[in-house]
Design a protein around this ligand. Structure first.
Ligand code: PA5
Length: 420
């Protein structure tokens, strides 16, 4: 089976920096023997092997029921409680979700009434299921969204029917959501105690919505399981990537731009931004995670990347096999003078764009890291999730911060509650 690989362009000897690499190995040791800060949150590390098989089968069975009975699944959750599912669904089913029978919409991710109204209009007269996800069970945005949706649905469904249509994913014992689900008798999935929000995509938090959208979660887990194996040897591509980004950070490159050439992965970058931003951005340290989808953003931020402050490097997702379906047609009048491209696939043009950008960015002294993925499918998506989770935890330890707390997020939540 092929695996995810990491290559470098324009980094000179940096990726081989012995100093950074040995710090990454020390960090790996901390993960293995659970001797680092935040070690009570290491459940994700062997999750693809140790996951609760009984719960996994229940997830599949509830997902099948929803696929059979619903037109829409409303996922209510924010941060780590929605980003993984959202990016997985878009990456496999497309930006417009044309591949899945049940449309999945995300609510509780802002406090904007226009966004809410739009969704309420979309779901009118549709058969709706709800998955409300909150580890703490106390986060304001999803709590408010759940209130509104519950009230709306209680005008359409009987109490008994509503009980079947609401599925809760939360802590096994704490929080308001847990208490409510017990009182109302909602079916409930558990967010494991030892897995933090941003590392939870391979738990019920991500898996239920992902399975509802028709993605093979068995394949995802098996890709992640393979990742546990291949990204734990003393020299592997995950460690090399981590060592390169740590070395770049220490050289003064303080922004990592996650790039891709496939809009289906724009949301994956959002997941990466939360993962790295919340894990590393503390104690005045950490790379700032940014993202761009090319070729779109070459026409907006491309100028800055090429020629602006020398503070950023690129980490690019690159697929080795892509669909060659759509081709440039021949035009009789050749008004745009592009007949030399007729018969070429869009994927070919995308590849050429990628090559041109490598050359240009090399000229502009932009360090480039390429993460090469054999194919876009659930198996490699599972592997990719794990690759970045591990790289993130290793990096955070290597720069000297706790990868698993998020006091900054808690601070905003606290201030908001005070003001209200
Ligand atoms: O990663 C994190 O811990 C946060 O982003 C949380 O996921 C987010 O704040 C939502 O928290 P909760 O699931 O407790 O509602």
């Amino acid at each position: 089976m092929k695996k995810i690989k990491c290559c470098f362009n324009g980094l000179g000897s940096l990726p081989m920096s012995k100093e950074a690499f040995s710090r990454v190995l020390d960090s790996a040791k901390k993960l293995e023997d659970a001797s680092g800060e935040g070690n009570e949150y290491l459940g994700w590390l062997n999750l693809p092997i140790n996951y609760n098989k009984e719960e996994f089968n229940q997830i599949i069975s509830v997902a099948n029921e929803i696929k059979e009975k619903a037109d829409v699944l409303l996922v209510i959750g924010i941060g780590g409680s929605y980003l993984g599912a959202r990016c997985a669904i878009e990456s496999q089913n497309g930006v417009f979700q044309t591949k899945s029978k049940v449309k999945v919409y995300f609510l509780g991710i802002n406090l904007d009434s226009d966004y809410f109204e739009e969704i309420l209009n979309i779901i009118k007269d549709k058969s709706v299921y709800v998955n409300v996800i909150s580890k703490s069970g106390t986060t304001l945005e999803p709590a408010i969204a759940f209130r509104i949706i519950k009230e709306m649905l209680s005008n359409e469904y009987s109490t008994l029917e509503l009980k079947d249509r609401i599925i809760v994913t939360t802590d096994k014992e704490k929080g308001a959501l847990k208490r409510m689900s017990e009182k109302e008798g909602y079916r409930t999935f558990i967010v494991p105690d030892d897995v933090g929000g941003r590392y939870s995509v391979l738990t019920s938090v991500g898996l239920l919505p992902i399975a509802v959208s028709g993605i093979d979660i068995n394949q995802m887990m098996s890709g992640a399981r393979e990742a546990v194996k291949i990204f734990s040897s003393d020299d592997n591509d995950c460690y090399r990537y981590t060592s390169a980004r740590v070395a770049l950070y220490e050289k003064g490159y303080n922004t990592e731009v996650f790039t891709n050439y496939n809009p289906r992965f724009t949301q994956f970058s959002e997941w990466l931004k939360q993962l790295f931003g919340e894990s590393e951005g503390k104690d005045g340290k950490g790379l700032f995670p940014a993202s761009m989808t090319f070729t779109t953003d070459l026409h907006s931020l491309g100028q800055y990347v090429q020629d602006g402050s020398k503070i950023l490097f690129k980490t690019e997702l690159e697929f080795e096999e892509v669909s060659q379906n759509i081709k440039v047609p021949f035009s009789k009048d050749n008004h745009d003078k592009l007949n030399n491209l007729s018969g070429k696939s869009l994927s070919y043009l995308n590849e050429i764009a990628q090559e041109a950008v490598y050359i240009a960015h090399k000229k502009g002294d932009v360090p480039q890291i390429m993460i090469k993925i054999p194919e876009n499918n659930p198996y490699y998506l599972g592997m990719l999730f794990y690759f970045f989770e591990k790289a993130c935890a290793l990096s955070a330890y290597a720069i000297g911060v706790n990868p698993f707390d998020q006091l900054g997020v808690e601070e905003y939540k606290k201030q908001m509650k005070n003001l209200l």
